[in-house]
Design a protein around this ligand. Structure first.
Ligand code: ZN
Length: 443
């Protein structure tokens, strides 16, 4: 297949040069919405993603039992503020939707600053930033503000208003299945419940949307399932609705925090030796500075996918992990904190991971008794003297040697120390010259 055709393999599809800028623009478009684990901000976010890829929206009614949990009442908010005696808004939801504790119950109260103070959340160590706080499962209300702002408030009487509703409704999640040649699935999951926070997790929604768009127009061996859901309760709801189907998931990734300037981190699946764990480690090794961590039941929805009843081969890809950067869960996780080049870099890692999953295969050399003569087939001549092509020559020798019907291309890449993509190119070339044939697919 030639590059540029509508059916070009993912491994041969170059990333658009403006992909980073485009993803950043999408983050900026989604940024203002007041998302939570239910409600219209979440719904509008998923609808906007659905305008780019054929995402299906699902609604799970309030009160639905999902394993040990229950879908909560739906939360919607129109306004929230604290006004001083002069009627000025000193805390204002319209300025930042982080200003109200997510899931705050409706309230309209006049109280002294001393009475209000226990409900005001600040970050004394970062006095210019507004923290992000939630109270999903305990009915409560409160406000978040910069410590500087709090310090500037004189004693006196204030009016606190949260114009919200907590009422029967539903929880929304989005799902897209791109069917491939096989029913076996690759799961890509990202949480979609945070309000105006850019890296956590609009960056990953934008990267996953771009990835889905690219995969949609490529030939696929695997089927790809994208799940965009509110954190914890959304993934639990999805798993409850799909309990029977999850055994089709062969590999999976939870995506989070993919837009900061930090190096990429991969956290292994609970199993620790799943193919996705090997593939991610291999790709990152050849990508540049990175870290691979063992599984822990912390973080995002890998906690649910890796719960012992499911034990799915799902790892987690982030840049700087959650909680490991000071801007995490604060107003400083803003549009400037997310970098177009980091978004593009994250997408390129995912494309490399997908390429390995798609292209890994077991071949058999048609000429296993001594090396086949590459020169008479023009394979040396075709390569010339460039260093990268010498690498391709080395890759051909490794591939011919290990193409014994037992080693796959990833095995060969790992053993040779060469990047998978070079081994794949060598295998393509050798197949063109009928020096390799597919063996029984061992995977
Ligand atoms: Zn978060």
């Amino acid at each position: 297949m030639s590059a540029g055709s509508p059916h070009t393999r993912v491994a041969e599809t170059p990333m658009a040069p403006d992909a980073g800028a485009r993803m950043h623009a999408f983050v900026a478009e989604l940024y203002p919405f007041c998302r939570s684990i239910t409600g219209d901000g979440l719904r509008r976010t998923l609808a906007l993603i659905a305008s780019r890829i054929p995402l299906e929206l699902h609604e799970v009614p309030t009160g639905t039992p999902v394993f040990d949990w229950t879908i909560p009442r739906e939360w919607n908010i129109r306004d929230a503020y604290v006004k001083n005696a002069k009627g000025e808004r000193v805390i204002d939801f319209r300025e930042s939707n982080l200003a109200v504790v997510s899931y705050s119950a409706p309230v309209r109260a006049t109280m002294t600053l001393a009475e209000l103070r226990p409900r005001l959340h600040t970050l004394p160590d970062r006095p210019g930033w507004i923290p992000y706080r939630t109270s999903y499962y305990k009915e409560d209300w409160g406000f978040c503000l910069s410590h500087d702002r709090l310090q500037s408030l004189p004693e006196g009487t204030y009016e606190a208003v949260v114009d919200s509703t907590l009422a029967p409704g539903s929880l929304t999640y989005g799902e897209l299945l791109l069917r491939g040649e096989r029913a076996d699935e690759v799961l890509i999951s990202a949480h979609a419940c945070h309000p105006s926070l850019a890296n956590d997790n609009l960056a990953s929604l934008a990267v996953a949307t771009e990835l889905a768009g690219m995969l949609a127009s490529a030939p696929r061996r695997y089927s790809y399932r994208f799940v965009f859901a509110p954190g914890t309760i959304g993934a639990i709801a999805w798993l409850a609705a799909n309990r029977e189907g999850v055994d089709r998931i062969r590999h999976g990734l939870v995506l989070a925090c993919l837009g900061d300037a930090g190096r990429p981190h991969y956290k292994k699946s609970r199993r620790g030796d799943a193919l996705i764990d090997r593939v991610a480690a291999h790709v990152l090794t050849h990508h540049g500075p990175h870290a691979v961590r063992e599984f822990s039941p912390l973080g995002y929805d890998e906690r649910q996918y890796n719960s012992p009843g499911f034990d799915l081969p799902v790892g987690s890809l982030t840049r700087t992990p959650n909680g490991a950067y000071p801007e995490y869960h604060t107003s400083a996780d803003d549009l400037a904190f997310v970098r177009p080049e980091a978004l593009a870099d994250s997408l390129s890692i995912l494309l490399d991971i997908v390429s390995v999953l798609e292209e890994d295969a077991v071949y058999r050399s048609t000429s296993p008794f001594c090396e086949p003569q590459l020169g008479k087939r023009g394979l040396y001549a075709a390569l010339g003297g460039r260093t990268s092509q010498d690498d391709l020559e080395v890759a051909m020798l490794w591939t011919l040697n290990l193409a014994d019907g037992r080693h796959g291309l990833l095995d060969i890449a790992e053993r040779s120390g060469l990047p998978f993509d070079r081994i794949r190119r060598a295998a393509d070339l050798l197949r063109e010259h009928e020096l390799l044939v597919p063996a029984e697919d061992a995977r």
